[in-house]
Design a protein. Sequence first.
Length: 368
Amino acid sequence: MMQPDDQRWMALALSLGARGLGQTWPNPAVGCVIVKDGRVLARGWTQSGGRPHAERHALSQLPDGAARGATAYVTLEPCSHTGQTSPCASALINAGLARVVVATGDPDPRVSGRGIAMLLDAGLEVVTGVLDQQARQDQQGFLQRVTTGRPMVTLKLASSFDGRIATETGESQWITGPAARQQVQALRASHDAVMVGGSTAREDLPSLTLRAMGQRRQPVRVVVSAALNIPTHGPLAEDDSAAPVWLIHGSDAAPAARDFWRARGATLIEVGQGRAGLDMSEAVLALGQAGLTRVLCEGGGSLAASLLEADVVDQVVGFTAGVMLGATGLPSLGPLDYSGLEAAPRFSLRSNRRVGEDTMHIWQRVAD
């Protein structure tokens, strides 16, 4: 039975779980709070790289017996299978918990319903569905990868008020201000990978790494280039940081280019190609099969358009500056081949706020 403070403690667990976003793939980013007599005994969240899990992280802070009779608030159903460690459901049982409150279930066939069943069989009280909607939103990438095979894709667009990302001559630094650019770093930190197109890699020589975000797991750097004709100099080729480089290309990529990037430790992913370019549905599925749960696309316009046409964009994050560049400026999106307005993708506004002198707005894909 749900108790008056259950939502309060689950909200805390969700805030802890969010710390792991971008850090835990292929595992979910889970939060856990252990409470007894209205007092928090321990807090935990899935650690970088996915281990230890949130429940074990919290329990590790307590001496033997301290959790006996307590309640654990967990944002995702505790695992019930043995992997690198024994099940978290078993750990909660062995610690003597009396009650476990779960935000949402885990659709992984190895877990689905089994974790809760283990707890019930051991005599623990289990309450489910507390702040379920928020938990599913936070876990969208993981849940989607398990159920559909593909990660959540976020499209980031930073543009002028009239939707331009550069002047006619190509000048683009900086349309948005420093506060918005710092917010983009936070956005990168909450995703497993940052993806750009070949033209962006050629023109900007981006590093695609985190800056001024402390000690965090670097996102995978993904470049989409059909012919693999991206610069062999610059940060992507020369940076020896812990940020992996994955390259998505077509069958006509030159052997010399493939050999060059393999020699530098890059992972090459070949996908199908048609007259319109690479098959981005296949590309996104390949990223999911490789374990990614959350992918941030930072451009350019052609890649953004191809992702929209492939219907794989789940979230759009826009940064809009109070400057006008006019019709000759470079648009934020490449051409979209839609027969009419009714065929265009629709997104629903989730939040809108001021960031420095700019506006940040987040849009969620409208379900079919």
